[in-house]
Ligand binder design. Structure first.
Ligand code: HEM
Length: 395
């Protein structure tokens, strides 16, 4: 019998039987009263699209009443204003232009890893540092402050506890003060002398004559770190694991490198970095004959929807040519992931660079890998590999 024991390493290793069981009974009350789980693709997408009935607002006892609302945990119209302000500064065009720089960073990280020899922890060497450096550069954090920035980013993610739903709520106040002071100085400086970076953009952005307040700007920075770094790390790590588990698919990809974008989409579906998100009912709702009361919460199991056999034939099969592949790994509706173009670009470049440099790669042993300790995310903390490196092409 598949059970829901979210802190059990065995559950984190393989939650898929639970999703399969849940789909048959969805919506299902699991855990404390008033907490529902929704598994089917149609129900999950309907909930994510209906923000009037299904609120993202968090007013729980752990929320900091003084904190500004974050985009992720607010509903329209508050959400629309915040999203509008950041969208002006964080455009798909800006992301596209980053491609050569991201490639340079990925190559440099792989050079360092190869120089250390044939044993490498790919999370530590590539999947973790790449998104952190990229977001630091997008924001405009000078490279001499990168170590401090990395520390804040790690601390924010470590303090994340139960998931992405309440960013920043469990941070150590001293660190937050230090971060506030640092970014406060940076915002002042960029207001006086704008540059082509995201902090300048956020400081200058306006919607209907209103700009971001300083607490809102801080909340936005925390959200960008929380929502963007670990998720992208997990996507890269999950992709390399999937390639090792499915050697025929890896061979197909090696023979047809143009399949890489479609392979990334299949990793997002099959091994979704964000497994679930949460909504609260704003009114009594009847769903498949069950009454979900106003105020009840629903865990929307994105990863279960992404394996719904009604939408994805042979959903457990990892198929890099899958088409169509209408997964919801980046969510749906007004909260659709703001960083999706960046995450896709970073993953494609990191994997392209790794596959180009690694003649072959394999796990060092079969031991279970330590996992990110929350059922909200799917990813490993370490991915030790034995790699046979190719020398980089001479320039
Ligand atoms: C593979 C990587 C990523 C995955 C799987 C992912 C997944 C998601 C999901 C599922 C949501 C919607 C959550 C909800 O509806 O409750 C979301 C929202 C968001 N993501 Fe991502 N994300 C990724 C990378 C990034 C990156 C790189 C950034 C930015 C640098 C980012 C920034 C955001 C923001 C700001 C939101 C909130 C949007 C809103 O509320 O309007 N994400 N992400």
């Amino acid at each position: 019998m598949a059970t829901f024991s979210p802190n059990d390493p065995a559950f984190l290793e393989n939650p898929f039987p639970f999703y399969e069981m849940g789909r048959a009974f969805s919506p299902l009350q699991v855990g404390p009263p008033g907490l529902w789980s929704v598994f089917g693709y149609d129900d999950c997408t309907a909930i994510l699209k209906d923000h009037a009935t299904w609120s993202s607002q968090r007013g729980g006892p752990n929320g900091d009443p003084n904190a500004a609302p974050s985009m992720l945990s607010s509903d329209p119209p508050v959400h629309s204003r915040l999203r509008g302000l950041v969208s002006q500064a964080f455009t798909p065009r800006m992301v596209e232009q980053l491609e050569p720089r991201i490639r340079q960073l990925a190559d440099a990280l792989l050079d360092e890893a190869a120089a250390r020899g044939g044993a490498v922890d790919l999370i530590d060497a590539l999947a973790c540092p790449l998104p952190v450096i990229v977001i630091a550069e997008i924001l405009g954090v000078p490279s001499e402050d990168r170590a401090k920035f990395r520390y804040w980013s790690d601390e924010i993610i470590a303090g994340l506890g139960s998931g992405i739903s309440n960013p920043g709520s469990q941070l150590e106040p001293g660190m937050l003060d230090e971060m506030r002071a640092y970014f406060g100085r940076m915002v002042e400086e960029r207001r006086a002398h704008p540059r082509a970076d995201l902090i300048s953009g956020l400081a200058a952005a306006e919607v209907d004559g209103s700009s971001l307040s300083f607490p809102e700007l801080m909340q936005m920075l925390v959200l960008l770190l929380v929502a963007g770094n670990e998720t992208t790390t997990n996507l890269i790590g999950n992709a390399v694991q999937a390639f090792m588990a499915h050697p025929a698919q890896l061979a197909l990809l090696r023979a047809n490198p143009a399949l890489l974008p479609s392979a990334v989409e299949e990793v997002l579906r099959h091994s979704s970095p964000v497994q679930a998100t949460v909504r609260a009912a704003t009114r009594d709702v009847e769903l498949r004959g069950k009454c979900i009361a106003k105020g009840d919460s629903a865990v929307v199991w994105i990863a279960a929807a992404n394996r719904d056999p009604a939408v994805f034939p042979d959903p457990g099969t990892f198929d890099i040519t899958r088409n169509p592949n209408r997964h919801i790994a980046f969510g749906l509706g007004v909260h659709f992931c703001l960083g999706a173009p960046l995450a896709r670009l970073e993953a494609r470049i990191a994997l392209e660079a790794f596959l180009a440099r690694a003649e072959s790669f394999a796990r060092i042993d079969d031991a279970l890998l330590p996992r990110v300790p929350t059922f909200i995310m799917r990813g490993v903390l370490e991915l030790p590999l034995r790699v046979e490196w190719r020398q980089p092409a001479a320039v």
